[in-house]
Design a binder for this molecule. Sequence first.
Ligand SMILES: *Cc1c(COP(=O)(O)O)cnc(C)c1O
Length: 454
Amino acid sequence: MSSPYPRTNAALAARDLAVLWHPCTQMHDHETLPLLPVVGAEGVWLYDADGGRYLDAVSSWWTNVFGHRHPHLVAALKQQLDTLDHVMLAGFTHEPALELAEALIRVAPPGLARVFYADNGSSAVEVALKMSFHYWRNLGHGSKQQFIALSGSYHGETLGALSVSDVALYRETYAPLLLKPLLAPSPDAYEAEPGESPRDVATRRLAQLRAVLQREAETTCAIIVEPLVQCAGGMRMYDASYLTGLRALCDEFHVHLIADEIAVGFGRTGTLFACEQGNITPDFLCLSKGLTGGMLPLSAVLTNNTVYAAFYADYASGKAFLHSHSYTGNPLACRAALATLELFATEPVLARNRELAACLARELEPLREHTNVADLRQTGLIAAVELAQDRRTRQPFPTSERRGLRVYRYGLQHEMLLRPLGNVVYFMPPYVITPEQIATMVRVARDGIAAAVA
Ligand SMILES: *Cc1c(COP(=O)(O)O)cnc(C)c1O
């Protein structure tokens, strides 16, 4: 297709800046920070309009788990396009939605038996919060009206999801509009006391949570957590024993457990779902991001038949879950998700990810001794480098200095898409990355860090 407009980075960026408002961006930054028009992508690579390329080290906000335009996903979508585009999911059903539900139930932790679709991660969190609240109400426990979240957690940007998030940068401005959940201290291993192991931190935090539940369980619907890694809050990681203990506490105090695996699901942490490492089944499992391999927006909330049964009654009872999104269970998105699950079923993805994770660990190890690296941590194919003014004091760089932004800028100048979270430089590469590309990725990050802390 010919276009009357020149297709160069500068021309496309100028047109963009005249009409678009970008997510999570102070648009003023683009007076100095180049805006990059991407005109194509394949595997780990993104291509710009001037022939430049960028290794997508963050899987485009953690969605493209198998990289870009994976041939299996592309073929599945093309076939679906020739069959069924979309139909509302109230009163209607279709193969992609029901096949995907069956497939998800097959691979999810045991006991999850029902799938409710939505179309993005925040919406999935809203669904889980509302379902939990409504479940208790349907059972006559109307006093259960609040939620518990962990410090440092992130569950999305819509008002409900933002309410149970604890990232000041996103939350503070809107605080007057939000629900007020109880915050329990995160089991984040970075906050270990001297001599404490990650497991010790988890044990201490479980004891503190028990105290909260002893006071508050009567009025609490659910506790929501990001299993193993609190991602947007700075890739903070914790011991799997916390999940095991959390499940036991939720059972003991009759509080639901909502596992938000929107970021960590689908092989990212070494198992298909992070919950497996604590050997637990949550009451609600929220999935999105990697669900469609980055092809289309979709999310799903899995729950058990006990929850489902509490809503099953005569219409007049008012017990139905009357929640919907227009694109709920879109057939194209469901087909992309099915194709993504097929890759897990037919290829040794998890075994290969373990090798890639070991490679990533080896490449990163020399950074551990860097004077400005306060912590180097990794869970599966998520690794993070916590920058600080001094590794011993862990005194963070003031946020106003925007050291992470310097790493971002350096990366783009060296064919690398790294998008640090404040002072945390992290890696969440697509699973199709090669060991050589991992070495390059870490080398660019190391040089970018050197430039940023200078
Ligand atoms: C990204 C994310 C969300 C929100 O998903 P969106 O699709 O961006 O709304 C929720 N929870 C976690 C853990 C996430 O990483």
